[in-house]
Design a protein around this ligand. Structure first.
Ligand SMILES: OC[C@@H]1[C@@H](O)[C@H](O)[C@@H](O)c2nc(CNc3ccccc3)cn21
Length: 438
């Protein structure tokens, strides 16, 4: 049985959340609307018709939540800042919003929990969306100013920062499939948004080097193990191509200053415009990559699809999200990232949605314990194979607003009763508490 002491001494175990998914107080103390406030209030966008107006009410209950993190024994906590809470119009400061994050950071430090901050976890100020949002090249300057302000405000106490959470999701789910805010369905827009997201990332890193000399900063991407769904050579080719678009497209430019050759041609014909210095800015050196790993993706050659491939379902056991449980993919991708980019890594998200039910005041989420154990084992295997893995953040600390699924998917190690806002540690939280002292 794997033990915490099998991991390197300074390895951090934590949990992760995001502002819009847990804070609530969506219109309180001067906070401005985000694109997710508008999207979640738009009929038909959220499967359950729910929104993040209250969520887990973390804005008011953060002290209780930090106490629970301490009770579990977490080393670190990854959370995001709501840009529109701090800058309601995307530019001017809302001091009450800033005060909240100062209080949260101080509460974490008082409980010996190391804060890891994500600057952007999808909740763009709506006022900036109205100026073009990620489609307007000026967004990089707005993001740099926001990042610089936060570095100056919290950088004396917060030494680990992530610029963006999953730019692939922000661009391709937000602007191509339309499943996420702002709900556009335009491939050209998605390509432009992706480039502006990476430009914004690079500008934030440049500012960080000036403002927080003793800190580390990185970029978190969704990392999918892309595999062929059948044995045809064309499907192997399709898998390799999809890997370039989903994984390499958001890693290569940040390290090599170049987009993957195979994908550039496709995107240049569909609106990608790279201005002089863009790639130099995007490839401003970072300290680590954050890895959000959940599952694998299977693709097959498919001439009926204009893109030449289609996704297929695998036959492994699945979580409530319909995602296959595939711990081997975590090992494979950690090794791949290490060999290709030679950067330290954090697992910034890994976890599962389960059929969590309260029975006699308990949640017997044995399936989540098994999921975490298997993925912990693969993480340790990767470390022993030479991967410089520095930490592991479970998604998530508590059940929360799961984007287009509303509150119907529970990822937390803490159960949230949304009617009463009562928090109940699931069996997986008690298992983690024991693991962290093993
Ligand atoms: O869905 C669970 C979490 C979500 O709550 C987080 O806010 C987000 O950072 C997050 N990213 C993934 C992985 N992304 C993904 C996107 C499309 C298809 C499959 C996985 C999962 N999650």
């Amino acid at each position: 049985m794997i033990k915490r002491s099998d991991f390197p001494k300074n390895f951090v175990f934590g949990t992760a959340t995001a502002a819009y998914q847990i804070e609530g107080a969506a219109n309180e103390d001067g906070k401005g609307p985000s694109i997710w406030d508008i999207f979640s209030h738009t009929p038909g966008k959220i499967m359950t018709g729910e929104n993040g107006d209250v969520a887990c009410d973390h804005y008011h209950r953060f002290k209780e939540d930090v106490q629970l993190m301490k009770e579990i024994g977490l080393d670190a906590y990854r959370f995001s800042i709501s840009w529109p809470r701090v800058m309601p119009d995307g530019k001017n400061i809302n001091q009450k919003g800033v005060d909240f994050y100062n209080r949260l950071v101080d509460e974490l430090l008082e409980h010996d929990i190391t804060p890891f901050i994500t600057l952007y976890h999808w909740d763009l100020p709506y006022a900036l969306y109205e100026k073009g949002g990620w489609l307007n090249s000026d967004i990089a300057m707005y993001f740099r100013a926001y990042a610089t302000f936060m570095f100056n405000e919290l950088g004396d106490r917060v030494k680990h920062w992530i610029t963006l959470n999953e730019p692939w999701c922000s661009s391709f789910l937000g602007y191509f499939t339309g499943e996420h805010a702002p709900g556009h369905k335009n491939l050209q827009e998605a390509i432009v948004a992706a480039h502006n997201l990476l430009r914004s990332h690079g500008h934030a890193v440049q500012s960080f080097r000036e403002e927080v000399k003793d800190g580390t900063i990185g970029l978190t991407n969704v990392v999918m193990k892309v595999e062929p769904g059948d044995s045809r050579p064309e499907s192997f080719l399709a898998a390799s191509l999809v890997d370039k678009f989903v994984n390499a497209w958001f890693h290569d430019p940040v390290v090599f200053g170049k987009y993957p050759e195979e994908a550039v041609k496709v995107y240049q014909e569909r609106g990608l415009q790279v201005m002089e210095n863009d790639m130099d800015i995007i490839s401003t050196p970072i300290d680590f990559f954050g890895v959000n790993y959940y599952t694998r993706t299977l693709v097959v050659f498919d001439t009926t699809n204009p893109l030449g491939f289609s996704y297929v379902q695998g036959d492994l056991p699945k979580t409530e999200m319909g995602w296959e449980i595939y711990p081997q993919g975590l090992f494979d991708m950690l090794v791949t990232l290490k060999e290709r980019y030679r950067l330290p890594l954090y697992i910034t998200e890994n976890g599962m949605a389960g059929p969590d039910k309260i029975e006699n005041g308990k949640v017997k989420d044995t399936y989540r314990i098994e999921y975490l154990e298997k993925h912990f084992e693969k993480a340790l295997e990767a470390i022993n194979a030479g991967v410089n893995l520095k930490g592991y953040f479970i998604w998530s600390l508590m059940d929360n607003f799961e984007w287009a699924y509303g509150y119907s998917k529970r990822f937390g190690i803490i159960y949230v009763d949304y009617n009463t806002q009562k928090r109940i540690l699931k069996d997986s939280a008690y298992w983690l508490k024991d693991f962290l002292i093993s």
